[in-house]
Design a protein around this ligand. Sequence first.
Ligand code: 26Q
Length: 823
Amino acid sequence: MTDGIRTGLSAEDFKQAFQNNLYCVQGKFPGNATRNDYYMALAYTLRDRIVQRWASTVQTFVEKNVRAVAYLSAEFLVGPHLGNNLVNLRIVNNVREAMEASGHDLDDLIGQEEEPGLGNGGLGRLAACFMESLATLQIPAIGYGIRYEYGIFDQALRDGWQVEKTDKWLALGNPWEIARPELRYPVKLGGRTEIYNDEGGQTRVRWLPDRLLIGTAFDTPIVGYGVNTINTLRLWKSEACESFDFDAFNLGDYYGAVDEKIRSENLTKVLYPNDEPEVGKRLRLEQQYFFVTCALQDMLEIHTKTGGDVRGFHEKFTVQLNDTHPSIAVAELMRLLLDEHALPWDEAWDVTQQTLAYTNHTLLPEALETWPETLFAEELPRHLEIIKEINARFCNELRSRYPEDEARVGRMSLISPGAESERLVRMAHLATVGSHTVNGVAELHSELLKKTVMKDFYDLTPDKFTNVTNGVTPRRFVRLSNPELSALITGEIGDGWITDLPALRKLEPLAEDEGFQHRWMEAKFEKKMQLGRIINRTTDIAVDPYSLFDVQIKRLHEYKRQHLNALHILYLYNRIKADPSIDLTPRTFIFAGKAAPGYVMAKLMIKLITSVGDLVNDDPQVDGRLKVVFLPDYNVKHAQNIYPAADLSEQISTAGKEASGTGNMKFSLNGALTIGTLDGANIEIREEVGAENFFLFGLTTEEVMSLKAEGYDPRRFWEENDNIKAVMELLVSDTLSKGDRDLFKPLADSLFEHDQYMLFADFQSYTDCQANVETEFKDTSSWAHKSILNAARMGKFSSDRSMHEYCERIWRTKPVHVELRSI
Ligand code: 26Q
């Protein structure tokens, strides 16, 4: 087929194909088409071009029988596809021209897309950046996850409080996925196990479930930049298995059967927010098992269909576990190899360990995943048996390695010691024991893993542990979201930086150049104007684009300390009140982020920020010097408008608590300066950009740990600091709470009584550092110099570099070139 309608890339071909799709796919014509119809027609026009490359990729991979990465993640926060696919296919200009010729504004159509919010935050977005980089690097890869019908809730603000709304992202259809109803795997749940003798007389185990459902695949193409490689994101949806024999339970029970169908379809209905208390978690365990078994069955099918022997499974696939969420894979791969493929234990264990690797994303003990053994027994009886067998063998090894150290064995056991009703299956231990490699996501985080939560495991198998510092994709987070800065950069050094981020270093000599500084700040100013308009449209607040844009956007959490930022604003407010003529650099404080629906303190932090805004924004004495904005419904789409407009990036977590952070990288790459603690990847960012281009404050991890050990007493800091006193007084005053003095009492109490996150200990250091920021921002040329150097020195933080390290050190995978084939 050579017709331009499906594959042609010229503006004219696009225009024709667009009209054709509007008519043939949407069944509309310009007289009755909605904006969404036009968006869909354009998306399908693009998809036609993508499909040709996608099919070429699959054919090439099959013919060459390539080794592939399988990235298992409960979350993929991919963001809107249209803009990114245009960038990666390098056809933005032609398509813009074609749309103009058809009477449409391309940016308008791009803005129509509802993003798939299939993740909570950093971890899900990381998975999306990694998938994009793998395609760009031409590494065969498949992402496996869940096709949630409702993604992360939509956030609205009512009276300054967060309210949650369901995310109906599929309501208007999803042109980017292709349903694969023929790809379906059975998923068993519940029931019991039974021992039997097979035809060869071998003793085997079979699982007699009491529920059976089906997983079906939906594929989304992941387009590499400037290459023909298009990898697959394969998400699973749960369906009822109509043929499953329920007769024994509900003979002739039609309504019972309908209930069962609904229950099956519920499994992939909704994404769980993180930081939720332990309620209704049975379904979450079912979700994890569901997508893991579908993924492993799919890989085994691909492997055996192409003639592979299960004993060589690890040569065909290398499987990365994105946190412990897919860690049931250890037991499930064992089960498939033992029970379905009749491998002996030792061989199955070898294959399993050589296949799997595990990435840890948290040190917070409360965030380490565990499941009650009793729940496990009910849902996954065979897996519990297998985990117990793995554990028995593991504990025996420990006992011979550490004789007479039962305490250690208890600490390391895959199941916590104690009475059955209290025992917990420790998923991080399972993932660690079942994997050949365990990695943290930034240098500090990986070191702390070895010293704290994983210390015993590190002592046992030090070679298993490594670090791969996170990265972000410059295609989405610079080229797409900041075309103004991209054009300036490309004009000076060419466009090689898009796939070779370290090439940004070529900008360093220009950092001193006044003309370049001026153009750089002009590009930043344009993005500030654009964001200012968005802020005005969504919040009705007018902001001054000349003011310092001070930005903290991320999930709300006490450890991330948005309330420290809020206390700083109150401190500045107090200073203005004490001396209304004081000379302060005008600042716009911008916040965005969702709080877990059940995380009461995080929701109160949102109310605090919006209340500080109410106090500050309209006070005539403040006179426009301070503005506080909380942008509702933070998501990837909104993030893309915010990073490019930031002057200052707030990365102010308590040292030792933020595993890496990836927003910190996106800011700096767009020329924002960071105010931050020595936490997560901040440390490495500061190393790269230079200490003189980074605003450092706060306790170090060691200082936090020793302060905790000696007994942190917030009142000591309060007593010795009049600014803390004044700010805390304002916090519990009528002024801030509009008469409801108890409103912020829970926050104040926590800061006074036991605050794990040590706000008071870092308060003075933070406000002092903010005073430096203020002084430095006044010197525009020096600020521009620092801003340029920040971007120029961010080469390390491309997700291309992260992927390269995983490929070399963990996966042993190589690029495979794909030639475009005609259809
Ligand atoms: C677990 C069980 C039940 C329900 C939900 C969850 C759950 C879901 C998501 C637990 C945690 C998450 C997400 C964690 C996360 O985003 N961690 C972040 O990962 C980033 C990528 O490595 C790091 O940069 C951040 O520092 C880290 O906080």
